[in-house]
Design a protein around this ligand. Structure first.
Ligand SMILES: NC(=O)c1ccc[n+]([C@@H]2O[C@H](COP(=O)([O-])OP(=O)(O)OC[C@H]3O[C@@H](n4cnc5c(N)ncnc54)[C@H](OP(=O)(O)O)[C@@H]3O)[C@@H](O)[C@H]2O)c1
Length: 310
């Protein structure tokens, strides 16, 4: 089968499309014929090696933490899944990813794929959908009626975060640049701040939010300035640069590290099929475009989710 792999950490040039043996399922694993994987900044971070201390992977490694596809083989002791099932999963490292024609996936990570979107497009949900859900409801404990600021709503996580926060009855202020404004508006926030016009902290000076979600890589000083917009007794959660350890004023500081959660992913799929959560795919590209996608991501050139199709 064809698979993208890297044999050493490095720039996007280490990603090569190779012909390798198809995986066989180990105990408690299934093999999935990949319909799609999607690019996540985490894939690039793993590739560069900056995460090797606390997220080590075995080289050569196949990137692609998201998978959508069809089960083609069952390992020993797998129950509840059958050959032919359409599934999705977030493949947490050190498991190999899904930038390949087939992927071996721990059965415990699987959720049934949504039925209302093309299977490949469903690869745009797992990692970012879970991050958004865990950030909003585990870290921020978001409640109806609360004011939340979502910084970085133009991205994959942000798009789901705005939809889920809106659905939860929060009052949502989202930041987005003009290229993403229309899409973010369609997710129903109360207000959109253009972060290219002036600094978000300047645009919102004097305001406070019950909950603040940081989805943009920034300097510690910028993150501290954003965290200062959190109301007394509120919660600040970052999926990127950590905020100050103690902001005072009773503000709780949280750091988000997404984890696989098949049950929660199944809940998100239910929302998708009920028409209450939209999966938006900006681009669908062949697998051999993956190195170029990593390159464009580095340059800030991706708009929302990019799906790679073997
Ligand atoms: N800790 C975790 O577990 C975890 C999990 C998932 C993701 N992450 C991290 O969270 C971040 C977002 O992930 P993602 O998948 O959503 O990435 P993404 O799809 O690449 O989105 C990033 C978005 O941020 C927006 N942006 C860029 N600069 C901005 C600024 N100065 N102010 C406001 N928005 C800005 C851009 O949208 P516009 O310019 O169009 O507005 C861009 O599309 C990444 O850094 C990722 O590594 C962490």
């Amino acid at each position: 089968m064809q698979a993208v792999r890297f044999h050493s950490y490095g720039g996007n040039e280490v990603l090569t499309l190779e012909t390798i043996k198809e995986p066989t399922p180990g105990p408690l694993e299934v093999v999935v014929k990949v319909a799609g994987t999607s690019f996540n900044p985490l894939d690039a971070a793993i590739r560069t090696g900056i995460l090797r201390e606390f997220m080590p992977v075995e080289l050569p490694f196949t990137p692609g933490v998201d998978v959508a596809g069809t089960v083609t083989a069952l390992g020993e002791h797998v129950t509840g899944w059958n050959i032919g099932d359409a599934v999705i999963a977030y493949l947490s490292p050190p498991a190999n990813g899904a930038a390949a024609e087939y992927a071996a996936v721990p059965a415990a990570l699987l959720a049934s794929a949504p039925k209302t979107v093309p299977l490949a497009d469903a690869a745009a949900l797992p990692a970012v959908g879970l991050t958004a859900h865990q950030a909003l409801f585990e870290h921020l404990d978001l409640q109806a009626g609360e004011r939340i600021l979502i910084n970085g709503a133009g991205g994959g996580v942000g798009g789901y975060a705005v939809q889920l926060a809106n659905r939860a009855g929060a009052s949502v202020t989202a930041t987005a640049s003009p290229r993403s404004t229309e899409r973010v508006r369609s997710y129903g926030p109360d207000r959109i701040i253009d972060h290219t016009e002036r600094a978000v902290t300047e645009a919102l000076a004097g305001e406070r939010f019950d909950k603040v979600l940081q989805l943009v890589r920034s300097t510690p000083e910028e993150t501290a300035a954003l965290a200062a917009l959190t109301a007394d007794g509120g919660v600040f959660a970052s999926a990127t640069t950590p905020g100050p350890q103690d902001l005072g004023r009773g503000v709780r500081m949280e750091q988000v590290y997404v984890r696989s959660d098949a049950k929660r992913l199944t809940d998100l799929v239910t929302l998708v099929d009920a028409g209450e959560l939209r999966i938006d795919v900006a681009e669908r590209l062949p697998l051999d475009a993956l190195a170029a996608v990593h390159d464009r991501a580095f340059a800030g050139g991706l708009l929302g989710k990019t799906v790679l199709i073997p």
